[in-house]
Design a protein around this ligand. Structure first.
Ligand SMILES: C[S@@+](CC[C@H](N)C(=O)[O-])C[C@H]1O[C@@H](n2cnc3c(N)ncnc32)[C@H](O)[C@@H]1O
Length: 219
């Protein structure tokens, strides 16, 4: 059985990340796998946002608490040379992901984990959200699927109203109807962020401190 680890790399826990983590926690539990959210600032450990996620959270880093099995840890890394494949179950027990929101263009914050020297595997050339990356990894490692057997959609456009839409700059796994699989509540959150006003959102390029990202830089 494999363990999924997300290293939380932001100082806060924004609503987007919280929804992604909650989804990872639920889906890991349904698959009978452990999910650990680590490197969580101690100030967040007792917070309501984190409790609502339902993950097993801790403040130390994966290389500390899994020091004895570092060579069995695989970092899912968009810049890795090798693609993840079903036979990797022989090599790895711990699948590690960056707990960061995607950005467009990608800023390669996964490098913060890469420099710690873990083995790395890629999930194809397109950036995914963290919950999508975990979903794809689960399909490869637990269901024995090859990456090319998993149905995807790249850069889906979410339409909120006749003249209101936003393109998500990510690859998503699709459901049986071809729709992108997203965390419950995510579409509402994206719409609410969009409703806050495109003018302000357009020029921001960083997390605004409340955990909301600008649409031109987000997810
Ligand atoms: C939203 S992505 C972050 C990508 C981001 N732009 C960056 O700065 O690296 C969050 C995490 O999902 C995983 N991930 C996303 N897309 C991936 C891909 N194509 N191959 C491997 N891992 C991926 C990585 O672990 C990454 O740290």
């Amino acid at each position: 059985m494999v363990t999924f680890v997300v290293e939380h790399l932001d100082p806060e826990l924004g609503p987007w990340s919280a929804l992604e983590y909650k989804t990872i926690a639920r889906e890991s539990s349904e698959a009978g796998c452990d999910f650990i959210l680590s490197s969580v600032p101690t100030s967040l450990l007792q917070s309501k946002e984190l409790n609502d996620v339902g993950a097993s959270a801790r403040s130390d880093a994966v290389e500390v608490y899994f020091a004895h099995q570092k060579d069995r840890i695989c970092l899912l890394d968009p810049a890795a040379k090798q693609e993840l494949q079903p036979s990797d179950t022989q090599h790895f027990d711990v699948l590690l992901f960056g707990g960061i929101l995607g950005d467009d263009p990608p800023r390669d914050r996964t490098s913060e984990l890469r420099k710690k020297g873990f083995a790395g595997r890629r999930l194809g050339p397109v950036q995914m959200t963290t919950d999508t990356a975990v979903r794809v990894t689960r399909k490869v490692m637990l269901e024995g699927k090859k990456l090319e057997e998993i149905p995807y959609i790249d850069f889906p456009e979410l339409k909120f109203a006749e003249h209101e839409s936003t393109e998500m700059p990510f690859r998503y796994v699709t459901d049986t109807e071809g729709n992108p699989i997203m965390p419950e509540g995510m579409i509402e959150l994206i719409k609410a962020d969009a409703d806050k006003g495109f003018d302000t959102l357009d020029f921001a390029d960083e997390n605004d401190g409340m955990g909301n990202l600008a649409l031109n830089d987000a997810r």
